[in-house]
Write a protein that binds this ligand. Structure first.
Ligand SMILES: Nc1nc2c(c(=O)[nH]1)N[C@H]1C(S)=C(S)[C@@H](COP(=O)(O)O)O[C@H]1N2
Ligand SMILES: [Mo]
Length: 455
């Protein structure tokens, strides 16, 4: 077994790490473990887990407590004997004060300035597939802006019959769609190309989010302006911040599922994510999801702008840059348990994670508990949607010995997420972008979880 491990990870100044979150053993799961109504397939496994839980109980820390000894359930709590807070004392609802540790975080020293920077989403604390708007990852090349929607315009020009300028009111009168999609920065997991470099899933995979977006299909606007669909092959999307962000997008994608979006998770976009208008380019790397979108130009060849030539290109082993590799290929990661967390002792765990593919739906996720020798198929939670995060879960009984956990996604095209060895055979080690290799988490005897890398 070839395992390398970042020795400095635990002393890195990354703030308090959320350990062993509440979802390790939920009341529901406890109920399920002790209920009789289990289907036959899972019964054997759960009986074993029940035995393990019983053994753990005998050995020390228990999964549940005897009611007689717990004042938290026997005595009235202070908040249950007086009035609570008045209605609407927080007109825009905020998370519980007990959840204040769950935050977007910047990796120290990763980016040169506070504006040309990135804040990672805390994947270890998420359930299901939707990213809460306030915890969506942020990536700006020149800082974020809060644009007055009254002053915002979108122009469609280039190879069109009639160039047009739309106000937000114009756009929001058009027929809209709402779809759930993931967005992943092409540089996500980029720090791991050489070695296991950062301690937690927030930093290894946190340039990833998934929301419901609402807006008008780009196709509707191209039709409205009479785009020359016979000759035009591409569109250029331009943002209205100081970064001069422009990206070439294929006409095929533009006419397929690209959305000019104002809505995110049922409300207007947050300013950090492009308020009042951003492009949603499903399956394609985050940089093409141009924020504060002000212009779409229709053309017959790619533009080769700065963010398509000096950045967002893949350095290949022969030293040549691969350009316009925009699709985010199938990838997955276990988020619970993950680096920086600690198991609460031997026994039953729900191992949970996320899988996604820019080419379609997730078909299967397999999980290994022994560093990739044996694989078990995980449960995919519904909904399983196109170019959207898929949540997977799998039952596991930890016997207290050191293990390496991995997940491997297969998408609807049959593409299987590669091991590091397979990825490096093709791509070398000098790239920053599009690292979709299998992630390994090592659990040591104490239950602590570390980021490690395996061939
Ligand atoms: N106008 C503009 N659009 C932009 C960027 C930017 O800096 N300016 N950053 C891009 C990059 S590199 C990514 S990964 C995504 C990040 O989107 P988010 O901040 O909503 O997570 O936006 C893209 N769109
Ligand atoms: Mo990005």
């Amino acid at each position: 077994m070839n395992v390398s491990r970042d020795g400095d990870s635990r002393s890195a100044p990354i703030g308090r790490i959320r350990k062993a979150p509440e979802n390790f053993v939920t009341p529901d799961l406890r109920a399920e473990i002790s209920s009789a109504g289990l289907d036959s397939e899972r019964r054997g496994f759960l009986r074993r887990s029940f035995l393990a839980a019983a053994a753990a109980l005998a050995a020390g820390p228990s999964l549940a407590r005897a009611a007689e000894s717990d004042p938290m359930i026997l005595q009235p709590r202070p908040w249950s004997t007086k009035l609570g807070n008045p209605v609407a004392s927080s007109p825009y609802g905020q998370p519980s004060s007990f959840e204040s540790n769950l935050q977007r975080r910047q990796s120290p020293g990763l980016t040169p300035t506070p504006q040309a920077s990135v804040a990672f989403a805390p994947l270890q604390g998420f359930f299901g597939i939707i990213t809460p708007s306030g915890l969506h990852f942020e990536r700006h090349h020149q800082g974020w802006v809060d644009v007055d929607p009254e002053q915002h315009r979108l122009m469609i020009n280039g190879m069109v019959k009639e160039a047009k300028v739309y106000t937000m009111d114009d756009l929001m009168r058009l027929p809209s769609v709402s779809r759930m999609h993931f967005i992943e920065c092409g540089a996500n997991t980029g720090m791991e190309w050489g070695n296991a470099a950062v301690p937690t899933v927030q930093y290894t995979h946190g340039m990833l989010s998934c929301c419901e977006f609402t807006g008008v299909p780009l196709k509707t606007l191209l039709d409205d302006c009479g785009a020359d669909l016979k000759n035009a092959k591409f569109v250029l999307a331009e943002g209205n911040d100081g970064s001069s962000m422009t990206r070439t997008i294929s006409m095929e994608a533009a006419l397929d599922d690209v959305i000019v979006a104002w809505g995110m998770n049922g409300e207007m976009l947050r300013p950090e994510n492009g308020y009042p208008l951003r492009l949603v380019v499903p399956g394609v790397q985050g940089v093409s999801w141009v924020k504060w979108l002000r212009r779409i130009e229709v053309g017959d060849q790619p533009w080769n702008t700065k963010d398509e030539t000096s950045h967002y290109v893949d350095m290949m082993p022969d030293g040549i840059h691969r350009q316009y590799t925009s699709i985010q290929e199938a990838k997955s990661v276990i988020t619970t348990p993950s680096g920086g967390q600690a198991l609460m002792g031997k026994g039953f765990y729900n191992v949970s994670g996320l899988a996604w593919s820019g080419r379609g739906k997730i078909k299967q996720v397999d999980v290994s508990f022994d560093g990739g020798s044996n694989w078990k198929t995980a449960r995919l939670e519904t909904p399983v949607l196109d170019k959207c995060l898929t949540r997977f879960n799998i039952d596991w009984v930890w016997d207290g010995s050191p293990v390496i956990l991995q997940s491997r996604a297969t998408d609807s095209t049959g593409f299987v997420q590669p091991r590091y060895r397979q990825l490096r055979e093709v791509r070398g080690t000098r790239s920053t972008y599009h690292n979709n290799a299998i992630q390994s988490w090592q659990v040591d005897e104490s239950g602590e979880v570390f980021n490690v890398q395996m061939d």
